[in-house]
Design a protein around this ligand. Structure first.
Ligand code: PHE
Length: 442
């Protein structure tokens, strides 16, 4: 039997039906590594985050391959077997065992095992099947960080004293932080009582919060400085932050940090006290600590005022040349100056879907999933698609059949699309909807 393969960053892997669902346009982008491209806004943002977690306390891992096992991405982190993130509709698989990582946490277990420093930082490209609009792209970038203390190495085995002493050494900031909730919640975010005393978990939480607040204050101070360079009259309310309770299968307690910036509360990162099972499984059971994960792309959009996430993938010099020299000298950061914005070309398409989960008689493959529409449009329209949105949905009163209408906005970032070009793209999308998803056009 002939086996098909796919090559990603120089390594060849067998593909397997029905798992393999990575389109060619995604495979080809796995080699871009924007987070390592000198003077690219994604790399600059990574460098700014890194500057807040200095070596040698933190060791940097920026080269991990995006191909990981289901064990690394899900099992090692305690995700249940039926977690929706594992579905083929949400995640890119090569075969039953291998996938494109959906988050940098996929490397936590291995990095806890290998790391000889007190902490680490990982940056990487991550992959998720999702909606299409100006802030969503199937590839984005994350940064993961962790800080650990070893019970066998801190003086007198006193974790609380060691962590508190390290907190004293952290920079101080003067931004107002709201943190109304108690540090632990008995059901949602319990103390890991088999592994920590309450005082230890609280000390770890304090160190985590102060470290991450410092990083976020630094990022947003730089964003404001860039805004003021661009517009000397730029006035904004003072920066505010708040901690909200969160849930992750691999931390407890867990939080998200939100920032009030230019009139909106933005969620910027997730974090928590590392579940002890991770350290135990990584063969370092005497360590305790915290971890966080932050999305780089949204932060970069805010820092540089970049209006569309697709711009990061542009190889147009009018985009790239605006950041020349910033990697070497982070203080020269300034806002992006948009080059002429080309007109949007919206086109609508409506169709009857073949079946729904209730009508399909349990045949999973017949179930219609919106992410399949998103990807089909992206596989044909590439980066010329700005957004895809559901504009109408209705069920026929007699037949019970369901009809959906989507609006696709085509817009090239670098030139104007002609009506003819747009129509040709849209026609190919319409045909592919019939051929690949089995819909009936209306
Ligand atoms: N991996 C999580 C996400 O992608 C973020 C996270 C990282 C949370 C580390 C806690 C600790 O949402």
């Amino acid at each position: 039997e002939s086996t098909s393969t796919v090559t990603i960053r120089g390594a060849t892997h067998p593909t397997q039906k029905p798992w393999f669902n990575v389109p060619r346009n995604i495979v080809s982008k796995t080699s871009r590594r924007l987070h390592l491209q000198n003077d690219h806004p994604i790399a600059i943002t990574r460098q700014i985050i890194q500057a807040n977690f200095p070596q040698p306390t933190y060791k940097y891992y920026n080269e991990y391959s995006p191909v990981v096992t289901t064990k690394q991405n899900f099992d090692s982190l305690g995700f249940p077997a039926d977690h929706p993130g594992r579905a083929l509709t949400d995640t890119y698989y090569l075969n039953e065992k291998l996938l494109l990582r959906t988050h940098t946490s996929a490397h936590q277990a291995d990095t806890f095992r290998a790391n000889e420093s007190d902490g680490y930082l990982i940056s990487a490209d991550v992959y998720r099947r999702d909606a299409i609009d100006r802030s969503h792209y199937p590839i984005f970038h994350q940064m993961e960080g962790a800080r650990s203390w070893d019970r066998n190495k801190v003086p007198n085995g006193d974790i609380v004293a060691a962590v508190m002493e390290d907190i004293e050494r952290l920079p101080k900031h003067d931004v107002v932080v709201e943190d109304p909730n108690p540090p632990m919640h008995p059901e949602r975010n319990p103390l890991q009582e088999a592994h920590h005393s309450a005082a230890e978990a609280e000390a770890l939480g304090k160190h985590l919060k102060r470290s991450l607040e410092n990083m976020v204050v630094d990022i947003f101070t730089r964003a404001k400085a860039a805004a003021i360079k661009d517009d000397p009259d730029f006035v904004d309310e003072p920066l505010r932050m708040r901690w909200v309770e969160a849930y992750f299968p691999f931390t407890s307690p867990s939080w998200e940090l939100e920032v009030y910036y230019a009139g909106d509360w933005l969620e910027v990162l997730g974090c928590g006290v590392v579940k002890q099972e991770l350290y135990i499984n990584a063969n370092v059971p005497s360590q305790v600590g915290w971890a966080f994960g932050i999305g780089i792309d949204r932060i970069a959009m805010l820092l540089f005022k970049i209006p569309d996430i697709r711009l990061f993938w542009s190889e147009d010099e009018r985009f790239l040349s605006q950041f020349t020299g910033v990697s070497a000298s982070l203080d020269t950061l300034k806002r992006f100056v948009p080059f002429s914005k080309h007109p949007p070309s919206p086109r609508d398409v409506s169709f009857w879907i073949r079946s729904t989960s209730s009508a399909a008689g349990g045949n999973d493959k017949a179930v219609f999933h919106e992410n399949d529409v998103m990807e089909l449009v992206r596989s044909i329209g590439g980066d010329e698609v700005e957004s895809v949105s559901l504009i109408d949905e209705f069920v026929h009163p007699k037949t019970g059949r369901k009809s959906l209408a989507y609006r696709i906005v085509y817009r090239h970032l670098e030139r104007t699309l002609t009506g003819k070009e747009t129509n040709a793209l849209h026609e190919r999308v319409r045909n592919a909807l019939v051929e690949r998803l089995g819909v009936e056009l209306r």
